[in-house]
Each structure stands twice: as C-alpha cells, then as structure tokens.
Write a protein that binds this ligand. Structure first.
Ligand code: NDP
Length: 284
C-alpha cells in the first residue's frame, strides 16, 4: 500500500502560494488566529498554522481571549479584527464556549476574510459549486491530496464517514463538483462496513480512533484519514487502522503526517488568495 504524504502535497501548495505572493508587490498577508481559552487542541492547531504560514513567507498573529470573556465583549473585539485592513484573513478556533454565540460570528465575519468557510456566504458557494469563496480547509485538503497524487475522482464511488459542517458535508459537495458519486455515512448508517467497502475512495472523518479496519475497506480502495484522536496507548492516531488494511487498500494517508499538514497549507493558500482578491478585486 502506498502511503500518501501530507508534506509532499503541502510542498506543491507552497509553490502556488509563492506565485500568488508575487502579485502583491511585497505586501505580506497577515492571518489573525482568534482563540478563546487555552484548549490543548486549539494551541496545537494554532502552533501548526503559525509555523506553516510563516514558513510560506506570510505573517500570523494570535488574538487570544480568556475562557470567561463575555459574548458582547468578544463580539466587539472580533469586529475590530474583522475590520482591520492589515488583517487579510481570519481563522476562528472552534468550538467556542457556550456563552459565545457562534452563529452571530459566522454572520459577522467578512466572507472575503473567512479563510475556513464558516460564513453563510461561503457555505452557500461551496454548496453551489462556486469556487470564488473559501471552503473549510480540511474538506479542501482531502480533495487537494487526491489531486496532488493524481488519483482520479470523476466517476468514482466516494464514501465519507462523518457529516459535520467542517468536514463531511462540504467535502461531499467538493467531491461532487469533481464528479464523484458520493455517499455520506453517520451514526445511523445501517451496515457501515458494507457501505464503506463499496467506496473506491473512502474518507474517514468520524473522530473515532482506528474505527475503520479490514471490514470497511474494499480491495484497492484509496483511504483518506481525517481523524485526529488519542489512541488507547496515549499516542496520536487517526480513524483508520492502517496496519489492518495494509494488504487491502491501494493507498492511504497516515496520522500524523497526512491530511493535517495539508489543511494548514490550504489555510495558507486561502490567506494568500484573500490578499490577492482584495488587491485585484477579483473572485478567482
Ligand atoms: P464531529 O464530531 O463534528 O462529526 C463526526 C461525524 O462522524 C458525525 O457526523 C458523526 O455522526 C460521525 N460518526 C461518529 N462516530 C461514528 C460512527 N461510529 N459511525 C459512523 N459515523 C460516526 O467531528 P468533525 O467533523 O469536527 O471531525 C472529525 C474528525 O476529524 C475528528 O477526529 C477531528 O479531530 C478531525 N479533524 C481533523 C482536521 C484536520 O485538519 N486533519 C480538522 C478538523 C477535524 P452523527 O452526525 O450521526 O453524530
């Protein structure tokens, strides 16, 4: 089985970012990472994003707020960041504490700075197959990985495990745009293993450590693992049991070192694109 490496996909995206930056006449796009509290997952994602954005020649700043910040105060500060002309793009780390109204922020964020596709405008564009907005970075990273390795998508049966708004649903739309025949599974899916086995492309995005094994994998399947979990041994692992499917699947992404690295690279490309679109007034 061939292991699809996120670093290789990320390197291709880095070259695209460098091309985009040439259009900015030396202006360096700035990412604002907005975080409430100190959750280890958020801190880890923030570190990865800052490292990638900086490595790609751009700037990333963290705007951190205390866990007990009130909704009104947070919205006021969020609006300031949103309106700051020096900020080209925003990444809001989620989930937020219950006290903060997520829906309000989804509506407040300027769609042209909404790099992770949370605003209704960008979601509508993803569902309409209109590429002029920003799709959620992780969903786009899955398609990017398939394309970087020249894995055919058109006409293929793609099965996604997970139907969240950040991964499963937008990914279904992006794969349909590429002409795949898509099935989306969730906790009420009857015969999950049988449904998954039918996938020529199988994407695991359930958030359940190593739940996808031999029973779920069809012969020759390309398996993309989006999951980030802590396994029974305390180590980071994906939703796929790679060892179990080694002699069944044709290709698979590892965790760590797979889709996660591509997600931050896609975020970086979105940042560069946001800056170019602002400069040129274009929607490409
Ligand atoms: P959610 O918890 O929001 O959604 C999980 C989805 O998986 C739900 O639709 C749920 O079904 C489904 N699901 C859960 N368990 C099962 C099961 N046993 N059988 C079938 N379906 C199941 O998670 P996210 O979409 O936010 O994230 C999914 C995973 O991806 C997580 O591990 C997360 O850490 C990771 N992730 C990775 C990123 C990256 O950059 N690589 C970025 C974002 C997330 P139902 O709707 O019925 O509850």
């Amino acid at each position: 089985m061939i292991i699809l490496k996120g670093a290789e996909v990320s390197a291709k995206i880095r070259d695209q970012v460098h091309e985009l930056l040439k259009e900015l006449d030396g202006k360096i796009p700035r990412l604002a990472i907005v975080r409430v509290g100190e959750k280890p997952d958020d801190l880890s994602y923030e570190r990865g994003a800052i490292k990638k954005i900086t490595a790609f020649g751009m700037e990333a700043r963290s705007y951190a707020f205390p866990e007990d910040v009130d909704n009104e105060e947070f919205q006021k500060e969020f609006r300031k960041i949103n309106e700051d002309p020096e900020v080209s793009g925003i990444l809001l780390l989620k989930p937020l504490p219950d006290r903060i109204c997520q829906e309000d922020l989804d509506r407040i964020i300027d769609p042209s700075k909404d790099l992770d596709g949370i605003s209704p405008v960008n979601i509508a564009k993803v569902f309409a197959g209109d590429g002029s907005g920003f799709a959620p970075c992780t969903a786009e990273a899955v398609v990017e990985t398939l394309k970087a390795y020249e894995i055919p998508i058109a006409g293929k049966r793609a099965v996604i495990v997970g139907r969240s708004m950040v991964v499963g649903k937008p990914l279904a739309m992006l794969l349909m745009k590429e002409h795949a025949t898509v099935t989306v599974c969730h906790t009420r899916t009857v015969d999950l293993p049988g449904t998954c086995r039918n996938g020529e492309i199988l994407v695991a995005a359930a958030g359940r450590a190593k739940m996808i094994g031999r029973d779920h994998t069809g012969p020759g399947a390309v398996v993309i693992d989006v999951g980030i979990n802590v396994g029974e041994d305390g180590k980071l692992c994906g939703d796929v049991d790679l060892e179990a499917i080694e002699d069944i699947g044709s290709m698979a992404t590892p965790v760590p070192g797979g889709v996660g690295a591509v997600t931050t690279a896609v975020l970086a490309r979105h940042l560069a694109l946001a800056a170019v679109r602002t400069k040129t007034g274009s929607g490409r």
